[in-house]
Design a binder for this molecule. Structure first.
Ligand code: B12
Ligand code: SF4
Length: 473
């Protein structure tokens, strides 16, 4: 009988050190789909979910040898594992031609046609939320599913009326980990990497998807532009499920901009925080939330503490006002950065800080300002992680449209849309970053100079960066 597989191929660990088989957080994309299929009574075993977070690329060959002709294989693809996934798809297709190969995930959502055109081993691409469509395929068969959000090879010139599938009400979607019996392998990795003697089992989770903001470097607004969230009560019930089922007592909440609500208030989050004493009277579960700098103020800090959040992930991006005013869809500034940082320190929160070097309007002065600010951040003892990434515009972001598509060299190299050239994708983050830096006249710091700063930044607190430091450091 045809079996269903859900696979997240690990990226080649030689290229990027941060993803060997030591993942702590399950890939939520394939888990969300697995959980939905189980909930709806589809016959799929957890053994058929292969998560590259905990499997090495070298081990994949053995696993995929179990795939038989006629099986349905769903791959999660992002910009970082596309090329590796293509290689594995080829192996499967050569071995068993009638296996249906379907891609979903962030890159599938932003480049479905390009993928079909450039990758003969994929039968269909699902753009957007994959649960319902993948369920329909499992239930009534690949051939019988024709709906918004799925673009099939054989009829990919016929546009679905809406390209992206978007589930408006996520309230009734099962928790992605609901049908998983153990997280042991992830928790073990946490034990090893954290080196903590006091174990705080941790996992990732989400209660909101999409974002109301529209930052030009971010792909999140492309799908589910308006954030969709579960009720705060449901979020707490699912949190407690993780606590009871797996002993989880720390959650990395990956929801986009969770502290934000449409009306510029933070109603959802306020309600969530107010419910905390009811659901976790003894503060059994702590959280890490994403927060944008324009939201954080004294009042919000009160709710952040009430919700038992002990870590904030903050996208500072730059510490130059001009760069910031172009890179964010909301007003923020170097002054705001400092206020936020001081509030975090005053509340003794752990800090995960994100920066992007080489944004439009970056120059030698602006990068220096950012570096000086990062020095302060690195000096704070509760800073647990700093990422100083290089800007690499992602497909479907405003920067992609503005800078990649308007430059003939970049467009020819990276535009793989129906009318674009059929060139093999060169979607390595590093390649795009380098090309962007050379070809964008609005950045006046050279690639090598930015790399030098990146090195200096990593040298500030090597223990905080070790697992993410690029190979050549
Ligand atoms: C958490 C997170 C991380 C965590 C991952 C932890 C983990 N093990 O999962 C960490 C911090 C490690 C991380 C790292 C990186 N990340 Co990240 N990350 C996210 C974040 C915030 C949430 C992802 C998530 O779990 N979402 C919840 C799940 C349920 O959503 P989902 O995966 O999209 O799944 C849905 C659909 O896509 C679809 N789907 C997904 N898989 C499949 C499979 C099939 C078969 C089907 C049919 C459908 C389907 O259905 C799902 C349910 O509706 C997103 C932003 C976002 N909102 O998506 C960025 C995001 C995914 N990351 C991104 C990037 C660029 C990176 C990095 C490359 C950053 C860097 N420069 O190093 C690295 C790469 C890591 C790696 N090797 O993959 C980009 C990807 C862009 C792209 N086009 O590929 C995103 C979208 C953010 C952005 N900048 O726009 N990331
Ligand atoms: S960077 Fe954050 S705030 Fe900006 S659009 Fe993306 S998810 Fe929203």
């Amino acid at each position: 009988m045809a079996k269903i597989w859900l696979i997240n191929i690990p990226e080649n660990s030689k290229k990027n050190r941060h993803l060997p088989n030591n993942g702590i957080y399950p890939n939520l994309g394939i888990h969300a789909i697995f959980s939905f299929l189980k909930e709806k009574g589809i016959d799929i075993e957890y053994n058929n979910v292969i998560d590259g977070e905990v499997v090495l690329l070298e081990e994949i060959e053995e696993k995929i040898s179990l795939i038989s002709n006629g099986d349905i294989v769903g791959f999660h693809i992002s910009i970082s594992n596309y090329n590796e996934t293509k290689e594995v798809s080829q192996i499967i297709k050569i071995k068993s031609r009638d296996t249906k190969i379907i891609y979903g995930g962030p890159l599938a959502t932003t480049k479905p046609y390009a993928i079909l055109q450039n990758n003969q081993y994929v039968d269909a691409v699902i753009a957007g939320d994959g649960e319902q469509i993948f369920y329909n395929i499992a239930k009534i068969g690949f051939e019988n599913v024709h709906q918004d959000g799925i673009i099939k090879r054989e009829n990919h010139m016929n546009m679905p009326s809406r390209l992206i599938s978007c589930i408006n009400n996520i309230e009734y979607m099962p928790s992605p980990l609901k049908h998983v019996s153990t997280l042991e392998v992830y928790l073990n990795n946490y034990r090893i990497t954290s080196g903590d003697t006091v174990l705080r089992p941790t996992t990732s989770y989400f209660h909101k998807t999409g974002c109301e903001q529209n930052c030009p470097f971010c792909t999140v607004p492309y799908i589910g532009r308006i954030g969709r969230s579960k009720r705060p009560e449901t979020a707490w019930e699912e949190t407690l499920m993780l606590h009871h089922q797996f002993g989880i007592n720390h959650i990395y909440e990956v929801s986009d901009n969770i502290l934000f609500s449409k009306n510029n208030q933070y109603d959802w989050f306020k309600r969530f925080a107010q419910l905390a004493p009811k659901y976790i009277p003894n503060e059994e579960v702590s959280f890490r939330f994403y927060a944008s700098t324009n939201r954080i103020n004294k009042e919000l800090m009160h709710y952040i503490k009430l919700a038992n959040c002990n870590t904030l992930s903050v996208g500072f991006e730059s510490n130059d006002d001009n760069v910031l005013s172009n890179a964010k869809s909301f007003h923020t500034s170097s002054h705001q950065n400092l206020e936020v940082f001081n509030l975090i320190k005053a509340h003794n929160l752990k800090l995960v800080a994100f920066f992007i070097l080489g944004l439009p309007f970056e120059n030698s002065k602006s990068i220096k300002k950012t570096y000086e600010f990062i020095k302060k951040v690195a000096d704070y003892k509760n800073t647990t992680f700093i990422l100083a990434a290089l800007l690499s515009p992602l497909p479907k972001t405003a920067y992609w449209t503005k800078y990649v598509m308007t430059n003939s060299y970049l467009r020819n190299k990276y535009d793989l849309s129906d009318n674009g050239n059929l060139i093999e994708p060169t979607w390595s983050i590093e390649n795009i970053a380098k090309d962007f830096n050379i070809h964008c006249s609005e950045v006046s710091v050279e690639y090598n100079k930015i790399k030098e700063y990146q090195k200096k930044i990593y040298a500030l607190r090597p223990e905080v960066f070790s697992s993410w430091a690029p190979e050549d450091f």
